[in-house]
Design a protein around this ligand. Structure first.
Ligand code: AMP
Length: 308
């Protein structure tokens, strides 16, 4: 059983989809990553920050999933990070309407001492300066450092982000952001460019069109499960990342073959996340449901073909 350290936002989200809208609900990259990783047998901890307005019940939810939350700082007189987004009719694209950094603007992360030797470090979406500080606090270099980010940080903090990219083993990024970062339309060329920036492995997430894993000249593709109900895609990318690192931390095997399995586990969990608003579906997810759908994944992707 491995140790997984997660850094990322723990947040309030307000979401609008063609099917409805919410007021402030529980969100944040680290929240979704933590809930997905909690499906695996591992030790996990979150490093993040929230304000005094953040409900204790949300913190308890994470704690009750077995996540160490001692690295989530609470600033009593501060306000929690807030994000508001609105999805277009195809649900594949969205507009960010509000990003209020609030307490995140002046965050100095502190890694709990018992996680300074984590096997896997998941740098979820937040300020690259914070991601860098977490890397620097590790006593031993983790076996795998995985980075996720988004256009907001490319637009506002590109030099710092590039420094973090240089230090990571795996970068997960969505297709649009990979194009923005590399100025390449072809995702194959984009992945090659990202390799030259540091990461040996690049995962490009394509929403309902699945995910691609690149390693040198090798490519692996995992489809997204065709779902009847897609309600709210928020957090799908983070849930994918949480499943990916959760599986790798549990199996303690970072071979390319095992990374392929990790991509399948990530896609599988992301398929649940989109079925309800925010974290609703991930909160209640059972092991049996996860295994059942993994089986559907296998059926979907297996074929017998005779090669001459
Ligand atoms: P995803 O849909 O996987 O891209 O992630 C959505 C989550 O990212 C939401 O729960 C937001 O709280 C969080 N989020 C949105 N913008 C940012 C940002 N600039 N930095 C960190 N987290 C963010």
């Amino acid at each position: 059983m491995g140790k997984l350290l997660i850094v990322g936002t723990v947040a309030f989200d307000a979401i609008e989809t063609p099917f409805g809208k919410t007021d402030k609900i529980l969100g944040g990259a680290a929240t979704f990553i933590g809930l997905a990783a909690a499906q695996f047998t591992l030790e996990s901890a979150i490093v993040s920050i929230v304000g005094g307005d953040f409900p204790q019940a949300y913190l308890d939810l994470l704690k009750n999933k077995g996540i160490d939350i001692s690295g989530i700082e609470i600033v009593k007189n501060g306000k929690t990070f807030f994000w508001k987004g609105k999805y277009h009719n195809d649900l594949n694209s969205r507009d960010t309407l509000i990003t209020d950094l609030n307490v995140l603007a002046n965050f100095n992360p502190k890694v709990p001492s018992n996680f300074k030797n984590a096997d896997v470090l998941m740098l979820g979406n937040l300020h690259p300066k914070v991601q860098l500080s977490v890397i620097e606090q590790m006593e031993v270099r983790p076996k795998l450092i995985v980075l996720d980010t988004m256009n907001f940080w490319m637009d506002n903090t590109l030099p710092e982000l590039k420094e973090v990219i240089r230090l990571t083993d795996v970068m997960t990024i969505n297709d649009e952001e990979a194009r923005q970062l590399t100025k390449e339309y072809s995702l194959v060329k984009a992945a090659q460019k990202i390799h030259t920036m540091g990461p040996k492995y690049v995962v490009i997430k394509k929403g309902e069109h699945g995910a691609l894993l690149f390693h040198k000249d090798e490519v692996f593709f995992a489809p997204a499960l065709p779902l009847e109900e897609v309600f709210d895609p928020t957090g799908a990318g983070d849930t994918f990342a949480g499943g990916f690192v959760g599986y790798l931390a549990e199996t303690e095997n970072i071979s390319f073959n095992n990374l392929r399995n990790a991509v399948i586990h990530g896609s599988n969990l992301a398929s649940f996340c989109v079925e309800k608003f925010g974290t609703e579906r991930m909160k209640e997810l059972s092991k049996a449901e996860v295994e059942n759908r993994l089986d559907q994944f296998k059926q979907l992707t297996q074929f017998d073909i005779e090669l001459q």
